[in-house]
Design a protein around this ligand. Structure first.
Ligand code: NI
Length: 130
């Protein structure tokens, strides 16, 4: 680790420029038991939770909204950070293309226990194209 093209140091914008597909996180670094991932997102992912893991979102470009049950929406313009607490249903939404950095435990599945066409395996996040 990391096996993503930046073995020693990397430029964040260059890392984003390698990402082609929306909702397809790519691991760029490992810090102890956490992966640092970059993702481009647009539209909505899906409602899911992570029973045992908090998940950090850092919005680098664009604007992300995290929807919670009960109608609460956390609005995250570029430069914002937000931690989704473990065990909390959430749905990330971006009206336009948005670039995010994610920090989450290595075992975290980005769509929780929901299997959808958007779900990417950890292996794909480490080595996959797209
Ligand atoms: Ni999540």
């Amino acid at each position: 680790m990391p096996t993503y093209p930046f073995a020693e140091s990397f430029n964040l914008e260059a890392a984003f420029n390698e990402v082609r597909d929306y909702w397809s996180p790519k691991v760029v670094a490992q810090v102890n038991d956490q992966y640092v991932k970059v993702a481009k997102v647009r539209g909505q992912l899906l409602w899911h939770d992570h029973a045992h893991e908090d998940e950090l979102f850092f919005v680098v470009r664009g604007r992300l909204k995290i929807e919670y049950e009960g109608g609460r929406i956390v609005d995250l313009p570029a430069g914002s950070m937000h931690v989704v607490p473990r065990g909390t249903l959430h749905n990330p939404v971006a009206e336009d293309e948005c670039w995010i950095v994610l920090i989450e435990p290595v075992q975290t599945k980005h769509t929780g226990d929901v299997d959808s066409p958007l779900t990417k395996t950890i292996e794909a996040q480490l080595h996959g194209a797209g």
